[in-house]
Design a binder for this molecule. Structure first.
Ligand code: ATP
Length: 325
């Protein structure tokens, strides 16, 4: 079964064609980027509106299929920026109606988790999901995905981007901070805040920005920020592993591209005799292939809604994981 998938939760508009065996026939992405400023929701939505059709047609062309071969359209229903979600939903509905293809809306975070499992062959891991909008430690327990720890104030990727904005690094700042961190020579003390199973990233970023304004070196601050924030995440992940009695960790989301974070989690896993799986960098950030795979997993297992709408605040623990035995 061939599925056409559409992703538009945040900065990236993506379209992909994927089959029911998990083979990705095409995966086209167009990311809204800036030189200096951050993400402005209206501008991001305009970007998606301008390039949406072209990206979808390119995905169909690259997959070398005809529209008639597509048996399902899957799109990101949430969580995400409302204006961006609307653009993806509008195009998905248009395609579905025009070509009479069934439409399914899926949870974007579930899609990150499931493509991670597909790509790494991890079976039942503790997920470390770190992206622009989320930092969550998740595991499937008692019949659903549960969040064991998180940062509610600001996500890890967002925190890095905020610091990057203060340094004038543009968006996304995460990769640039990773490069600068490699040049850092000294550790600058920053607030380390773990509360139970939750972490807090907002105070640390403000503190780091203030130190930068006072003349602290940007390389040292990038290095110290990464070391401190990543250590907080590793601590909570280790506790989740012990609590859930699991022996696999799967790192997913855009910040999974960070090699230092991978290294720190790998060391912790080795010490606990657990397996560490980072999702391949190419599939760590937002893309539509994962939305297609999630649609395929769910399509035969649940009733398709009639009046599909966006769900900007849809948490993963509200999803019925009907595709997991
Ligand atoms: P979500 O997937 O939860 O909707 P999102 O769409 O904003 O959030 P992703 O595309 O998964 O996020 O990730 C983007 C984030 O990843 C940005 O904040 C970016 O700075 C960060 N990022 C990308 N590469 C790296 C890297 N090498 N090191 C650190 N952060 C990175």
């Amino acid at each position: 079964m061939l599925t056409l998938a559409i992703e538009s939760t945040a900065h990236t508009f993506g379209a992909s064609v994927i089959n029911s065996k998990g083979k990705i026939l095409s995966d086209i992405r167009d990311m809204y980027q800036t030189e200096k400023e951050g993400l402005e929701p209206r501008k991001v939505a305009d970007h998606h509106e301008n390039i949406g059709d072209t990206v979808i047609l390119e995905a169909i062309k690259k997959a070398k299929i005809k529209i008639g071969d597509i048996k399902l359209i899957s799109f990101s229903q949430g969580p995400g920026l409302p204006l961006s979600l609307v653009e993806g939903m509008k195009l998905s509905k248009e395609f579905s109606k025009k070509f009479s293809i069934p439409l399914i809306g899926v949870n974007h975070i579930c899609a990150h988790l499931e493509i991670g499992k597909l790509m790494t062959k991890a079976k039942n891991p503790v997920f470390v999901f770190v992206s622009g909008a989320n930092s969550q430690i998740i595991a499937h327990e008692g019949g659903k995905y549960r969040i064991f720890g998180e940062c509610l104030s600001i996500a890890l990727g967002n925190a890095l981007d905020k610091f990057g904005r203060a340094l004038g690094l543009g968006f996304p700042a995460g990769p640039k901070i990773e490069s600068l961190a490699k040049l850092g020579k000294k550790y600058v003390e920053l607030p380390y805040t773990v509360k139970g199973m939750d972490v807090e990233f907002s105070g640390i970023v403000t503190h780091a920005i203030n130190l930068f304004k006072k003349g602290e070196s940007k390389e040292d601050l990038c290095y110290s920020l990464q070391e401190t924030m990543f250590a907080m995440l590793v601590e909570v992940t280790e506790r989740a592993l012990a609590h859930c009695d699991k022996n696999e960790v799967l790192l997913i989301g855009g910040v999974a591209a960070n090699q230092r974070l991978c290294e720190m989690l790998k060391i912790m896993c080795k010490e606990r005799k657990a397996k560490f799986y980072p999702v391949p960098v190419k599939y760590s950030g937002d893309h539509a292939a994962m939305i297609g795979w999630q649609g395929i997993l769910e399509y035969k297992k649940r009733r398709i809604e009639k009046n599909i709408d966006i769900k900007p605040g849809w948490r993963i623990d509200q999803v019925k994981t009907v595709w997991i035995k």
